[in-house]
Design a protein around this ligand. Structure first.
Ligand SMILES: [Zn+2]
Length: 404
């Protein structure tokens, strides 16, 4: 099924269909298990004109983000990441007590906290009610709303225009992307910098981490597509860095007027060699995704045939894509351990696998642990091995399933 591109209005062609899936964070309570779950198509399409990859169907933001269970500060690696980002911004953009830093999709204030430590005035904007509340309770001023024109005017009235606006891991989520960029332009000083962090689709292709495709992620960016999008709004990418979060992301610095540095040209050139502007690249990716699915399903079948028990570790949103796409239920993975108390004692969307806390591994030990939060593979494996030396075998599901 083809569709009209949300970025440029041309025709966008579908290349990968995951089938109908529940929302990745729609964990179920025990009493809801018998009820029918809402499921929505999940498929990717590519636009030949602006080079963007996007979902064929969007789910309204209100449905997705009203009660979010993802809290950035839970993971130590994210706290370190945002500490590094704040330090970089402070020095590169020379932020001080007279600056204003705005963070869009500020979550529980993981970046705001760093601004506070450095005495840089800040404000966060976060649509999830429960998470914005967590931030405000810690004294990290956060407006509970979508980043719309009203909010922008409120910030300008109260605090003036921004020296830096950040949007980390939110730019892929927003359907009203043009409106958001217009609002960023309105709020940003002429000398200001807009900094985004986005999962890099080239990394997704190279590492085969297709499980980061889910309804919350509407857009899948390359530098080619970002360049088209920002130029359309009269903005210019100045500088690009690669960061390790979420299996490979880009940190992109954008200004109203800028002379791009060599990183910008290097990325465009490398992407040209990687053929990001050719539909065939995406068709090939889809073929490999289906092949990997087959391998994962076969591996689990092989283990289960020997009457051995597999449990999962980590129930991030991406686990929902992987498990639902591979159609693995609790007959394959008995339960999943997750360290986030908001998810414990619930059931995964679609497959209805129970989510337990870490202590459960002692009560009901498995033979294999498949690490679904693969971006934390080593820390998780090390943590478990320390407590239970060489007791379990570990499975890394992607880029292709491997027993370690
Ligand atoms: Zn397009």
């Amino acid at each position: 099924m083809n569709m009209k591109c949300r970025i440029c209005g041309s025709e966008s062609r579908m290349f990968l269909d995951f089938g109908k899936m529940p929302l990745a964070n729609a964990f179920l309570k025990k009493e809801d298990l018998a009820k029918e779950e809402a499921k929505y198509p999940l498929a990717l399409s590519y636009c030949d004109t602006c080079k963007i990859v996007q979902l064929t169907e969007a789910i309204s933001g209100k449905k997705l983000f009203k009660n979010y269970v993802y809290v950035s500060s839970t993971a130590k690696s994210f706290r370190i990441h945002f500490n590094e980002l704040a330090t970089k911004l402070k020095f590169k953009l020379q932020l001080n007590e007279n600056s204003l830093a705005v963070d869009i999709g500020s979550n529980d204030g993981v970046l705001l906290k760093e601004y506070k430590k450095s005495n840089i005035p800040f404000i966060g904007v976060e649509p999830a009610e429960n998470i914005a509340k967590l931030a405000n309770e810690q004294g990290l001023e956060t407006i509970n709303a979508f980043f719309n024109k009203e909010v922008v005017n409120e910030i300008i009235d109260q605090k003036g225009k921004a020296d830096v606006i950040t949007a980390c891991n939110v730019f892929a989520h927003i359907e009203q992307i043009h409106e958001v960029i217009d609002n960023v332009k309105l709020l940003l000083k002429d000398s200001g910098t807009f900094v985004i962090e986005i999962q890099y689709f080239i990394d997704t292709i190279k590492t085969m981490t297709f499980d980061n495709v889910y309804h919350e992620h509407l857009f899948y960016y390359t530098v080619h597509s970002l360049d088209f999008l920002f130029k359309k709004h009269g903005l210019q990418i100045e500088h690009i860095e690669h960061v390790d979060t979420h299996g490979g992301s880009l940190r992109v610095f954008i200004k109203k007027e800028a002379i791009p540095d060599e990183t910008y040209f290097q990325y465009l050139e490398t992407e040209g060699r990687d053929k990001v502007a050719e539909f065939h690249t995406y068709e090939l990716f889809a073929e490999k995704v289906n092949f990997t699915k087959k391998n994962i399903v076969e591996l689990i079948k092989r283990i289960k045939k020997k009457d051995q028990k597999i449990v999962g570790y980590g129930a991030p949103a991406k686990a929902s894509t992987l498990l639902n796409f591979c159609n693995i239920g609790k007959e394959g993975i008995t339960y999943i351990i997750d360290d986030n108390p908001l998810k414990q004692n619930l059931f995964t969307p679609g497959n209805k696998i129970p989510v337990k806390d870490f202590s459960h591994i002692k009560e009901d030990p498995p033979n294999y642990i498949i690490i679904l939060a693969w971006n934390f593979f080593n820390p998780i494996m090390n943590k478990i091995n320390k407590i239970y030396p060489q007791k379990f075998k570990f499975i890394l599901p992607l880029p292709s399933p491997k027993i370690i």
